[in-house]
Design a binder for this molecule. Structure first.
Ligand code: ATP
Length: 429
């Protein structure tokens, strides 16, 4: 530290139902603690007096229901207090969901309809606060002892694992304000791209696989079933994006649709879903605290997310560099492959590109800097219907010696020799 620099510790007094909105600076972390009163970060209560370390670039709010004093140490990009928030409307939604969970729990397990807790889906444009609202609803539910399932369908800015995936994980405790969603054994399907337009059909197929898997888990687990799920979606709400939202609502049999900050989307959904009488469509206000992110910031966030997968949030993981022979690994991609030759088709049939065809890929320099998923598939034709164990990052391809060097979360053999490639790349920095 520089000599003579003044102490950066300062206190902020928050009135009831107000929040302190913070963007941590780009270069240094921020320490923060609750001095007195009670406060929460996106639904998770702060422990009294214990300093918490927030990494650079994190954007969050400390909200208090009854008043609190917060102490901060370090520099921020911005910090300001806001007394207008939509938190009361959000917690009212939570209360309704809580009632439905209790009713589901009390009802007969044999009645698959009434023993099912709420299936909530959060929709809205980009930067409307969908992930944040999902997180609050999950943390408030977990605080009450429920174990809701978090489903993240956002392949652009995944909050469960690396981008390009759809995933689900049970939430058993309020989500840690620093660490985020716990990473123990999530259920992950690899789509491989950060926008659905690369292969809309594949995206739909994977959403169906994930929904089917959760449905099966719910059948054997009354507690999860009664707790229900909270589904986070993409900010793409026009055209195909809208079709994909409807597809997700129907595939997951969502019965509560929360629409953030968009009148038009809300009325469109109300209109098409009115023939499905068990679905409630609820409009909610967007929080003024949600920070907008442009394409460049989003790209950066994706890159940090991949880094975090391998190295941990604060460099607390040590990934391993491994070398394998080309012949030890089998790389596949899905769709878009060369079409069947006309000569192989029945007379009169037109060759069509099958978007869900699994195509073997020759290992060559094209794989360099790609993030590949390690499939749980036992056979290549199971690749689409299988979830993935994790990811590797290709750091070198030696054509002459037919060797591939890659970074993996751990040393030793991969859980499977079947790898899936998409267009997800990363440049380690
Ligand atoms: P996407 O466009 O990726 O779908 P989203 O709608 O899910 O985004 P969020 O990720 O919830 O939006 O919010 C965007 C950013 O704003 C996040 O970094 C989040 O932590 C921050 N944020 C949300 N609410 C607040 C708040 N009240 N105060 C400060 N920051 C906030």
């Amino acid at each position: 530290g520089g000599s003579g620099s003044a102490s950066t510790i300062r206190q902020v007094k928050l009135e009831r139902e107000s929040e302190l909105r913070i963007e941590v600076g780009n270069d240094a972390p921020l320490r923060l603690r609750l001095l007195n009163g009670t406060a929460e970060i996106f639904g998770t209560e702060l422990p009294p007096e214990i300093w918490l370390n927030f990494p650079p670039r994190l954007k969050f709010a400390v909200f208090t229901w009854y008043g609190a004093t917060i102490e901060m140490d370090g520099t921020t990009e911005t910090d300001y207090t806001a007394d207008e928030t939509p938190m009361v409307s959000y917690v009212n939604v939570h209360a309704v969901l809580d009632g439905r969970r209790s009713r589901a729990k009390a009802s007969s397990q044999d009645d698959s309809e009434s023993s099912q807790g709420p299936r909530v889906i959060v929709v809205g444009p980009t930067d409307s606060g969908k992930s944040t609202l999902s997180r609050m609803l999950l943390s408030w539910a977990a605080k009450q002892g429920w174990k809701p399932t978090y489903v993240d369908l956002d392949i652009g800015q995944g909050s469960i694992t690396v981008p390009g995936c759809i995933a689900a994980t049970p939430i058993e405790m309020p989500i840690d304000p620093v660490e985020g969603i716990p990473l123990e054994m999530p259920l992950v399907y690899f789509y491989g791209h950060t926008t659905p337009s690369n292969n809309v059909e594949l995206y739909k197929v994977l959403v169906k696989e994930l929904a089917g898997m959760i449905e099966r888990q719910f059948t054997g687990n009354a507690e999860s079933r009664a707790s229900g799920m909270v589904i986070n979606t993409m900010g793409w709400i026009e055209g195909v994006g809208y079709d994909l939202l409807l597809h997700a609502i129907r595939t997951f049999k969502a019965n509560v649709v929360l629409v953030l900050g968009q009148e038009k989307l809300c009325s469109m959904l109300k209109d098409v879903l009115k023939s499905e009488p068990k679905v409630d469509v609820v409009k909610l206000q967007r929080s003024g605290g949600v920070v907008s992110r442009n394409a460049k910031v989003r790209q950066k966030a994706r890159s940090y997310r991949i880094r975090e997968y391998f190295y941990g949030l604060s460099n607390d993981l040590s990934p391993h560099s491994n070398i394998a022979n080309f012949s030890d690994l089998f790389v596949y991609r899905v769709g878009g492959g060369p079409q069947a030759p006309r000569s192989a088709l029945p007379i009169g049939a037109e060759p069509a590109a099958d978007p869900t065809r699994v195509v073997p890929v020759n290992i060559n320099r094209d794989l360099l800097h790609l993030v590949l998923a390690v499939s749980f598939a036992k056979e290549p034709d199971e690749i689409i219907s299988s979830n993935v164990a994790g990811f590797i990052y290709v750091t070198d391809i030696d054509i002459q010696r037919k060797k591939i060097t890659y970074l993996a979360p751990a040393a030793g053999e991969l859980p499977s020799k079947y790898l899936i490639m998409g267009s997800l790349t990363w440049l380690e920095t």
